[in-house]
Structure formats: C-alpha cells, structure tokens
Write a protein that binds this ligand. Structure first.
Ligand SMILES: *Cc1c(COP(=O)(O)O)cnc(C)c1O
Length: 347
C-alpha cells in the first residue's frame, strides 16, 4: 500500500442534498474549480450530475469544456475566467455560460461570429475589485450588451457578483451595489433570468443573498469555515481522508509515506495528533517526503494511518486553524501525485 486520498462520494452526495435543501428555492451551482477542490473533477462531476446538480461552476474555459465532456449536454456550466477572444470562442463552442467582468470581452464578442449567441452573465464589481464592471462603467456595459443582443451575438442570462463573506456589513454594502446594478439593467430592458452573488457561507446563513443560484464550493465538499460554525451545525460532512502507510519503525519514531510535498504542511510539525491502534500519537516531524509520529508499541510497516480528513482525528479546517488559514488551503495542497480512491455506491 501507499498513500492515498480517499474520497467518499456517498458522503459527497449527502452534502449535495443538504446544500440543495439549505439554498432552495435557489438552485445549487456546484463550484468545481481547482480539480473540484482537489477531490478529482471527473468523479465529482459524474456523481453530482447523477444526484441532480444542474449547474456547475468551473472557473476557466478549459475546465468548463472538461466538465461539459463529463456532464453531457443537460447541465449548465458557468465559467468566469476568460482570457480573450479565443477563450470566448472556445467557451461558446462548449456551450458554456460566460461570466463577463471586463468590457474588453464585450468588444471581443462583437467581433466573434460563433454561430450562436454567447450566454452572458454580466458581473458587477461590488467591492472586491478582483474583476467585474465598475459601477461607473455599468451603464456603458449594459448598452454594449444590448447592442450585442440586437446583433445576435449574445443572450442576456444574468447578473452576478462575488462577495467577501468576511463581514455581514460588507456583504450588505455589496448587495446594495448589486441590487442597484440590477435595477439599472431592468431599466435598460435587460431582465436577468439568473441573479447570483452568494457562495457557501452567505448561501447558508443569509436568505436574502440566495437569489436564483448559489455558488457553493467548500460546503459541498464538507469543508467548514475556519472559526465559523461546525460541520454538525451546518449539516455537512468532510468527504475525503489523506491516508498514509507506515514505511519504517525505528528509534526516531513511526515513519509515514506522506510529507509536505504530498500536502501535509511542515508548519504543522508538532501541532496535531493522528489516531493509532494504541491511541492518539503526535505528528512530530514533517519533511518534504515523510511524516514521523511518536511511537507506539505495536507499530508495523504497512499499517495505514489516517492523517487528516473524514476518518481522522482532525479535518482540513481543524489543521488550517492551527496555522491561521482556511480549510481550502489545506485541502487544495493534497498533491496530484497522491493516488485518489473513491467510495461510490452509485458506480
Ligand atoms: C470559489 C468561488 C466560489 C465558491 O466559494 P466557496 O466559499 O468555496 O463556496 C463561488 N464563486 C466564485 C466566483 C468563486 O471563485
């Protein structure tokens, strides 16, 4: 045996149902960027579609096209990192919904004869300044969008934004900007079919942010917010476990075949315990290629140890809190070189 990241797709399915119930009547857009938060894009998308997910947020056009191949024709796929005219053309060809946060992309669309209208979701910058059309440029962008629709180059699908979810007050301010932008769009004759601005945290906690779609990544994978409500309170479960194998037992301790290169940050050395057949043992050292545990009497080469996650003493977010970061940061580090294995009663 060697190290494996074991993903329980049945637990994932339960989270999907929980998310659906929490955000309804809005629809759940499953965010699957970063290889589905490192859980593996293809198995995650396949199971999500089988569980009835009908929107997937894919981040960029390449990922969106990959999701299209896995998900088939009946799922809407939203992407919001679009590099320019070639990317736009590829996005339309893959039948993606395009999050447009840059007026230059509207110019590019004017020159693009893709054979069918591009599905546009205009992004208003509500304060994060990542991308998004600034409020002072919004009227111009609406006019440009109307012209594209008139020319058969675009269809107007929605208005969206991304909020910090760092404080309710900031989010309330962002929502005001969003609602003002939507009023302006309606006044300009552009009625959004889909409004969306919330991710996991606001989607669960704040009903007025749900609108038509809620873009939920973290909670779908059972990753709770650092310093926030627990999994039980949220009704979600961690879905993956990083499992390592004992490679040697010697005077230094019990050696495991995962290190920082595999996704266990070395800053966690000495800071957490793992479960062993003889009780919890401290993680004493993390090198690039291995982790060394405090010894126990019956330790044997080949034993399997859950380092973090679903079957372990600590989740990704527990470890994140020890080093002042967020659970996604730990989850996303699990290296692609670690084999993935799936528990899937649906397969
Ligand atoms: C990552 C991301 C999300 C999902 O955020 P979570 O907190 O993981 O639910 C939603 N929308 C956008 C634009 C994102 O980049």
């Amino acid at each position: 045996m060697s190290a494996v990241y074991r993903v329980d797709l049945d637990a994932f399915a339960r989270n999907l149902h929980r998310v659906r119930e929490a955000v309804e009547p809005a629809a759940h857009m499953l965010v699957a960027k970063d290889d589905a938060y490192a859980h593996g894009l293809e198995p995650i998308v396949t199971r999500a579609v089988a569980e009835g997910v009908r929107w997937i947020g894919a981040f960029d056009v390449i990922t969106g096209a990959a999701v299209r191949r896995v998900a088939g024709p009946d799922v809407r796929i939203f992407v919001w990192l679009i590099g320019g005219a070639d990317d736009l053309a590829a996005g339309v060809a893959a039948d993606l919904d395009l999050g447009i946060g840059d007026e230059a992309l509207l110019d590019d669309l004017a020159g693009l004869d893709a054979g069918r209208p591009a599905r546009v979701h205009l992004k208003i910058d509500t304060g994060l300044h990542r991308n998004g059309i600034r409020p002072e440029r919004w009227e111009a962008a609406l006019a440009q969008t109307s012209a594209l629709i008139g020319a058969g180059r675009a269809s107007f699908e929605g208005i969206w934004s991304h909020i910090s979810e760092a404080s309710d007050a900031d989010d309330d301010d962002a929502r005001e900007v969003f609602l003002t932008a939507r009023d302006a769009a309606r006044a300009a004759g552009l009625e959004p079919t889909f409004s969306h601005l919330a991710a996991s945290a606001a989607g669960f906690a704040r009903g007025e942010f749900r609108e038509d779609l809620v873009r939920v990544g973290a909670f779908s994978y059972g990753i709770r917010p650092a310093g926030g409500p627990g999994e039980q309170e949220l009704g979600i479960e961690p879905i993956a476990t990083l499992r390592a194998t004992v490679t040697a037992v010697d005077a230094a301790g019990v050696h495991l075949d995962v290190g920082s290169l595999h996704g266990v940050p070395s800053t966690l050395s000495g800071r957490f315990d793992v479960r062993t057949p003889e009780g919890p043992r401290r993680v004493e050292t993390i090198t690039p290629v291995e982790t060394v545990l405090a010894p126990w009497a019956g330790a044997r080469t080949g034993d399997e140890i859950a380092v973090f996650g679903r079957d372990a003493l600590h989740t990704a977010t527990d470890l994140a809190e020890l080093v002042d970061t967020i659970g996604e940061e730990i989850a996303l580090r699990v290296s692609p070189t670690v084999a993935r294995a799936y528990i899937d009663s649906d397969a």
